[in-house]
Write a protein of this length. Structure first.
Length: 234
């Protein structure tokens, strides 16, 4: 996806990129390519694919949530900053916390934040189960992008979501996963509010956005140690 098509496709979903935002994305792409030679950040590194599969894909979150409010977003398993950093670039009002268990990725993100002159964004070098235990009911919105199966990631992300807040899972084809999560959501006092399925432009690959609302606090027993979550998902 070249920049002109990127701009055109964003306009279709209600985003009109500003020059400074496009400049930040260009710098982001350069840094991603540079540091990917030293750190395993992503297998998607060609500029056209970065713009489609990372930048555009991250911004499809607006299909299911309005980021105009002043909220605190936590991006779990953020990797090279998707979608959290891209959301920050386009919605400066959103406070963002990026959580990842890889020290090297966090080091890259700290460099990226400095190079892009971003404020109101922080990084946390932690396993999500540890972060979840220490930050219950903290975030208005929690996001993950292709991190783990829903019945696993629900238990890690819903405890840190505020009551009446939202967890948004970004997936590819998630039909089977959605069928399996009813029990976990009941146990975690949450429910699926909305599901949006669509295809990425150009390559037409399947994407699914799942909006989950937290209705009341989850039991203190969650999240369990990760081995238990993995061995016996809710």
């Amino acid at each position: 996806m070249i920049e002109s098509i990127f701009i055109e496709e964003l306009t279709k979903i209600g985003i009109k990129p500003q020059k400074d935002q496009l400049a930040k994305l260009s710098k982001y792409c350069e840094l991603l390519q540079e540091y990917n030679l030293k750190i395993n950040l992503t297998s998607i590194i060609k500029k056209e694919e970065v713009y489609l599969k990372h930048f555009y894909d991250s911004l499809t979150l607006i299909k299911i949530y309005n980021f105009k409010d002043d909220i605190h977003l936590c991006d779990v398993g953020t990797g090279a900053g998707f979608p959290g950093v891209v959301i920050k670039i386009f919605f400066s009002n959103v406070k963002v916390t990026l959580v990842d268990s890889s020290k090297k990725r966090i080091q890259f993100l700290n460099i990226l934040i400095k190079e892009l002159f971003l404020t109101g964004i922080e990084t946390k070098h932690e396993r999500i189960e540890d972060h979840s235990i220490k930050n219950r009911n903290k975030y208005d919105v929690v996001t993950t992008r292709a991190v783990a199966k829903l019945n696993i990631i629900n238990e890690l992300c819903i405890p840190i979501t505020k009551i009446d807040g939202f967890f948004i899972a970004m997936k590819g084809n998630a039909v089977e996963e959605i069928k399996e999560v009813k029990r976990s959501l009941n146990v975690l006092n949450s429910s699926v509010e909305k599901i949006i399925e669509f295809e990425l432009p150009i390559e037409n690959s399947k994407r699914t956005l799942i909006l989950i609302k937290k209705h009341k606090d989850t039991s203190q027993e969650f999240p369990r140690p990760f081995k238990k979550i993995k061995d016996k998902p809710l």
